[in-house]
Design a protein around this ligand. Sequence first.
Ligand code: ZN
Length: 150
Amino acid sequence: MAIREIRTKDDEILHKKCKQVTNFDSRLWILLDDMYDTMKLHDGVGLAAPQVGILKRAIVIDVGGGRIELVNPEIIEESGSQNGAEGCLSVPGVWGEVERPNKVKIKAQDRDGKWFIMEGEELLARAFCHECEHLEGKLFLDRVTKFIDQ
Ligand code: ZN
């Protein structure tokens, strides 16, 4: 395992759409392991592959309930709304208020390619939305309604 360099907001890779993962092989597993270690080192709760320079649809999340890996994720249901502070490891030191759905149902593949469905509420729902947007080349900054002074 290795710690990878986190790309920051002006890096063009963060503004590109990611490609579907088609090979569920040891390269993917190493990427997911490295992403998780990198996220933990920086005290993040989510990290998407483009943030470490890889244009693949892969995400790791841990909001305190354990490690979640989402490959080729798709949000299939959203409900309610929540307003809260959001930050991003690719935009260090910046926090802003972002409105998100309060409940999100997501469909994804695991590291072996098996499809599953998972539901998230509150912070986990927020992480699903934030990380999926990275795969579309979007940053949370576009959604901030109010920046928060540190
Ligand atoms: Zn982010």
